[in-house]
Design a protein around this ligand. Structure first.
Ligand code: DHB
Ligand code: FE
Length: 284
């Protein structure tokens, strides 16, 4: 049977992708950001899974305001990096895992979560920047990736509780897949940031670090936080953090009420307009 071996959490700031693509990682500003991922790159080389289930949000790239799925699972064999206005990032094409994606869709939809099935989709910085942070600049990504897009852009967005429970259903789906695959689940976006309006530039270190503590130690309680608290405390784009609860819900059930092994924790301000948070949790 397949199993979820670990979960990874990281911000997805587009300027991080540009810093990598334009060879700026050695600049003092960026060095401090990338330093937080040195451990992670080595860890991923040592713990390369068979598949990454990557929870992210599309930024009106694949889905415009004409059609906004709440949850969309990428079932294609490959996904092209999107052109977000400056041309597509020069990163490898993302290879999918249509068979496991179809199995997860079957199981999760039968568990009452209505997923949108997507057979063609470009992937933006929400997905490619986390891959770059964790993998560097390889010729090919180290394994297939199932993109799982969550609407956190246009209200109404899903609640943290729904995301956490969806993660549990994804865990059940993976564990019922009849091949011995090691699967990692990544939750991306966040942490505190607001890109528009009078509060543009908002960062809340205290909220972010408490969020990390609670995500590790008591995610079932954290999942009860209403979306208005994310927006008030972490800014309008801080709502991206609900996606981290999907990944956390997919960890082994025994860790709903106690902490799993924390392999790595990193927090840094600033990167562009965003507080960068990063965690690696292992199922033991
Ligand atoms: C920034 C952060 C984001 O999450 C995003 O989608 C776009 C921009 C930023 O910090 O600039
Ligand atoms: Fe974003």
């Amino acid at each position: 049977m397949a199993r979820i071996t670990a979960s990874v959490y990281t911000s997805h700031v587009p300027a991080i992708g540009a810093a990598l693509d334009l060879g700026k990682t050695g600049e003092p500003y960026w060095r401090k950001v990338f330093a937080g991922y040195e451990f992670s790159k080595a860890w991923l080389r040592d713990n390369t899974p068979d598949v990454i289930f990557l929870v992210y949000n599309d930024h009106a790239t694949a889905f415009s305001l004409e059609m906004i799925p709440t949850f969309a699972i990428g079932c294609a064999a490959e996904f092209q990096p999107a052109d977000e206005g400056w041309g597509p990032r020069p990163v490898p094409v993302v290879k999918g895992h249509p068979e496991l994606a179809a199995h997860i869709a079957q199981s999760v939809i039968q568990d009452d979560f209505d997923l949108c099935i997507v057979n063609k989709m470009a992937v933006d910085h929400g997905l490619t920047v986390p891959l770059s942070l964790m993998c560097g600049q390889p010729q090919a990504w180290p394994c297939p990736v199932i993109p799982f897009a969550v609407n956190v852009v246009q209200y109404p967005v899903p609640s943290g509780r729904r995301c956490f429970n969806l993660g549990r259903a994804i865990r059940k789906a993976v564990e019922s897949y009849d091949r011995p695959l090691k699967v990692q689940i990544w939750g991306t976006g966040g942490m505190s940031h607001q890109l528009q309006g009078p509060r543009a530039g908002l960062i809340n270190r205290e909220f972010d670090n408490t969020f990390l503590d609670r995500l590790i130690a008591d995610p079932a309680d954290l999942a009860n936080m209403p979306h208005i608290d994310y927006v008030r405390e972490a800014g309008s784009e801080g709502i991206e953090l609900v996606m981290w609860l999907i990944a956390r819900g997919a960890m082994s059930g025994e860790f709903d009420k106690r902490a799993p092994r924390v392999a790595h924790r990193f927090y840094h301000v600033p990167a562009s307009n965003t507080a960068v948070g990063h965690l690696i949790l292992e199922n033991t």
